[in-house]
Unconditional design. Structure first.
Length: 64
């Protein structure tokens, strides 16, 4: 998908306390954006943080 669009980055949200997923995304080249949000009820006890992966040209993702 990323190779066929003009997207500059991929964004995802991950649970703040989901260390396994955060670690995986970091190893794949995602970086924290500093944005966060609390989920709406009934999951308002869960906070998510945003991560971004920069795309390089139309060739798709390149690992850093």
């Amino acid at each position: 998908w990323a190779q066929t669009t003009d997207a500059e980055e991929l964004l995802l949200e991950v649970g703040e306390h989901n260390a396994h997923a955060s670690s995986l995304y970091t190893r794949m080249g995602f970086q924290w954006t500093g944005r966060r949000r609390t989920l709406p009820p009934p999951r308002s006890h869960i906070e998510e943080v945003e991560m971004a992966y920069r795309l390089h040209g139309r060739g798709g993702c390149q690992r850093r």
